[in-house]
Design a protein around this ligand. Structure first.
Ligand code: CA
Length: 446
């Protein structure tokens, strides 16, 4: 069943936290994304909800007895130092918590509640945001047909898209231990590289370092080992979405990827954004799944459901931008590399999750399933440098006159995402940012 909007989606609702009421904020009262922060002075991580330029500390809300309409297990989950327990609550409990937080932050909240909340509302810029989830497993898909076609045509000009693509969601198992929070420096990796024209590989720092603009879903209530997830129930198993940057070393990748897929070219680092935007917050932006061409095969029955066809897409705009050291020195604004939309993804989130569990593989609360590079039909929507520069052959001229092929040391990539539309409150994802550090062998001794 397609859920109906409720009071938390009312575009006219305002918060007593003033900064949440500016039309340009990513975090109005209709969003309420979850994250984890730590005070700069130290202490443990606290779960919070972003509201305008502030955060609401849920541990403090629990301490002051303000979580009055949620279950004891929800209160306990709000006092943890990661979102995993919250993610393992059932859908009804998560919805009750959203409604409770909405009422606490609403402009009509009682003065007594607002007084109690003063200590729980903190300036976001005074806090360190942490990895919000203990990610047990990470899987990366390849759900953009445009990305797959572009990359395929570089490798195989005559048959760009492999015959399995439109039948099966392609993915690989990624590495959870090297997932880092936005703002963490990314060390240029070493690896085996077969230079063009060479007959033997060498071991050297990557010279074709790239980003991939992706959207990731965090699993909510998982499924037991041996118990697949019917597609009609897949969305109940999704807690929410974040931005993901799947850093990729193209020169290492092209040598190592056959026959088992990417390995060390991807596992050195993956960056996630700090806020997890719930599916409930995205409800006003749900759209039909990407329309397949008449000649495309229909999905196999286990990946097909009427509700997913009508509702499986998300009208989510995503953008990547860059600054180089020279741009920062000259105080230039970030340069936009691409802007695309998640609506152009060939496979829906429900199809990715259902396919993942279809062999009985158990997904657990907090597992991360990333979409793969979000590239659309238009050249300006391509979500990585491999595509934007066509293997580095068509360099991008930056405002400083610098020519960008792949990433150089000091380059900083920022991903952003947001949903907006007339008669709807804008819902944003914040930033997912990372700066390239020199490789260990090239870093200046400190
Ligand atoms: Ca990827």
């Amino acid at each position: 069943m397609i859920p109906a909007p409720d009071e938390t989606h009312d575009p006219s609702a305002l918060s007593w936290v003033e900064s949440a009421n500016h039309g340009t904020t990513d975090f109005p009262i209709q969003n309420l994304p979850f994250g984890v922060f730590r005070q700069r002075a130290g202490g443990r991580g606290h779960i919070a909800v972003a509201i305008g330029d502030s955060v609401l500390d849920l541990d403090q809300c629990a301490t002051h007895g303000l979580l009055t309409t949620v279950s004891p297990s929800t209160i306990q989950a709000c006092r943890a130092d990661s979102l995993n327990e919250l993610m393992s609550l059932d859908h009804r409990q998560r919805l009750a918590l959203r409604k409770q937080i909405f009422r606490l932050l609403h402009a009509d909240a009682e003065a007594r509640v607002r007084d109690l909340l003063q200590k729980a509302v903190l300036d976001r810029f005074d806090l360190d945001l942490e990895l919000p989830v203990k990610i047990g497993d990470y899987t990366d898909f390849y759900a953009s047909v445009f990305h797959a076609t572009n990359v395929g045509s570089m490798l195989r000009p005559n048959h760009a898209l492999l015959p399995n693509y439109k039948w099966i969601p392609i993915g690989y198992h990624g590495r959870a231990s090297s997932i880092v929070i936005s703002g963490t420096g990314i060390r240029r990796p070493h690896g085996q590289i077969m230079a063009q024209g060479a007959t033997t590989p060498g071991f050297a720092p990557s010279r074709r370092l790239d980003y991939e603009l992706e959207v990731g879903l965090y699993v909510a209530v998982g499924n037991g080992l041996g118990s697949p997830v019917p597609i009609a129930q897949a969305e109940e198993k999704i807690f929410g979405l974040s931005l993901v940057n799947d850093w990729s070393a193209r020169d290492i990748q092209s040598w190592e990827y056959q026959p088992l897929g990417p390995f060390l070219s991807k596992s050195f680092a993956t960056t996630v954004s700090p806020w997890v935007v719930t599916l409930e917050a995205l409800l006003p932006f749900r759209i039909p799944a990407f329309p397949r061409l008449p000649e495309d095969p229909a999905p196999l029955p286990y990946l097909d459901h009427e509700i997913d066809r009508r509702w499986g897409g998300i009208d989510l705009t995503v953008e990547a931008s860059i600054t180089t050291p020279k741009m920062r020195e000259q105080k230039l604004s970030p340069y936009r590399l691409s802007q695309g939309s998640f609506r152009e993804m060939y496979w829906t989130l429900a199809q990715l999750l259902t396919h993942h569990a279809s062999n009985g593989c158990n997904l657990r609360p907090g597992d991360l399933l990333a979409s793969g590079t979000v590239s659309g039909r238009a050249p300006e929507s391509r979500g990585c440098l491999l595509e934007l520069t066509w293997k580095g052959e068509q360099k991008i001229r930056l405002p400083t006159g610098e020519e960008l092929g792949f990433l150089r040391d000091g380059d900083e990539v920022t991903l952003r995402g947001w949903c907006e539309g007339s008669g709807k409150a804008r819902v944003g994802f914040g930033e997912c940012k990372g700066r390239i550090l020199p490789s260990f062998t090239e870093a200046a001794p400190s």
